[in-house]
Each structure stands twice: as C-alpha cells, then as structure tokens.
Design a protein around this ligand. Structure first.
Ligand SMILES: [Zn+2]
Length: 247
C-alpha cells in the first residue's frame, strides 16, 4: 500500500498545468462527514501547500435527538460548526448545497450542482464517500445520503465535469469543463492508499470536536476514536481507495 504524498507532492503545480498549488475538493453528505473522512489528509497536505475545499451536500437537519432542537436551528448550528472545523484545519472554503438531510436523491439538479463546484474549484483530486457499499462489514448500513453523494461525486468527475456538452449552461456562467485526475474514496473495503496522519490526529479530533451538536462535550467520543482509529503499531491512518484516471 502506498502512503502519503508519494507521487503527488510536485509543488507548486496546479492541475492541467494551471498556475498555483494542487487543490483537493472533499465532497461530503453531511456537516462532519468531510472531517471524519479526510480531515487529517486535508490538514496535512494543506500544510504542504495543497488547497482544500469542502462541498457539503445536505443541511444536516436530522442530526439531533434533542427534543428542543428545531431543524432550522440545527441547520444554522451545523453550518457554523462545519465552517469552524474547516477553518481550524486550514481548509480554504466550505460550500453548502443545503439538500434536506436524509432525502438526497440522485438526478440532474444535484449532479449539476456538484459539477458546477468541480468546475469552480478545479481540483486535482476529489475525496468522497464510498458509493457502492450498502452494508459494511455486517455491522453498518452505509447511509443513503453517503451512497448518493459518493455516486454523484464520481459521476460528476467522469464524465459530467469533463465534457463540454454536459451542463452547457455552466459555460454561460464562465465555467469551463474540468478534468479531475484522481478520486480518493473513504470508507471503502479495499483501500489501496493510506495517509499516515499520526502527526495530525489530534488536529483531526479537534476539528471533529467543533461539531458540538454531534459529540457534546466529547470526552467519551475522544476516548472512543483515539482507541478505535489506532492500528497495531500505534499509528493513525486515513485509508482510501485511490483511483487515478487515465484518459
Ligand atoms: Zn453523514
């Protein structure tokens, strides 16, 4: 398994010969998913000159068991939490699509929104959820919003963002087609690439703790993730299925 920035850290160098650093676009279903999936990588690589952006597809309006919490308050809170987590990590910007949590559907509108952001950010790499798994290790259901976000992100990379005649209305907005070079899928059962985030795991945890509505004071959560994420050698990794697109 390859690790870290081998073959990736040619800086300064943008995608398609564009000036400037490489960009990563993390496409996530809910506020906090981008941080679970790729906060360590985003923070580590940002320190090495990459620029990261988050695209959050739903508004997170179902993520509370508190009877006094309204969906409207929760949306505002979670948006703020996500912004603070991203800012803490050095992520350049966060975009929100505000689809209703738990009700995401694949289709032209959602795909068009994701393609628009790919064409705006022009990332070298897209990071996203696993679109394939429904049942994970006989222990989890892969949330439908996660599957649909992963699938739409992959569909946006190829072929929709690349081909001029897909969403031609974007041309009127000044957005040109864009070739993403690599996709990194988190939560996949067959990872072929891992990023050693041991040096920044506390930063990842601190970013997740910005999501106060999800993890409360965080004592139990901290104990849980520090143990659960650690491998046999005591190190921490974010593991991805890395797809290098040849075309
Ligand atoms: Zn989620």
């Amino acid at each position: 398994m390859t690790s870290n920035l081998e073959g990736l850290a040619h800086l300064p160098e943008g995608p398609d010969g564009e000036a400037g650093p490489k960009r990563g676009l993390v496409i996530a279903a809910h506020p906090d998913d981008a941080d679970f999936g790729a906060a360590g990588t985003a923070h580590l690589w940002s320190k090495q000159g990459w620029e990261f952006y988050y695209l959050v597809c739903t508004n997170g309006s179902k993520g509370s068991d508190d009877p006094s919490m309204t969906p409207a308050d929760l949306v505002r809170l979670r948006r703020d939490e996500q912004r603070r987590a991203a800012q803490y990590l050095g992520v350049k910007d966060v975009f929100f699509l505000d689809h209703v949590d738990g009700e995401l559907t694949a289709g032209r509108d959602f795909l068009g929104d994701v393609v628009r952001h790919v064409r705006m950010v022009r990332p070298y790499a897209v990071f996203t959820h696993d679109p394939e798994a429904i049942i994970v290790r006989d222990s989890f259901v892969n949330h439908a919003d996660h599957r649909i976000t992963g699938m739409t992100a992959v569909d946006a990379v190829y072929p929709a963002a690349r081909d001029r005649l897909n969403f031609p209305e974007h041309l009127d907005e000044g957005l040109e087609p864009h070739n993403v070079k690599e996709i990194f899928i988190w939560g996949n059962d067959e990872p072929n690439f891992s990023v050693d985030i041991t040096d920044v795991v506390e930063n990842k945890i601190q970013a997740l703790l910005r999501h106060t509505s999800q993890f409360g004071e965080g004592a139990e959560f901290l104990k849980f993730v520090r143990e659960r994420w650690k491998d046999e050698s005591g190190r921490y990794f974010e593991r991805f299925r890395r797809i290098t697109l040849i075309r």
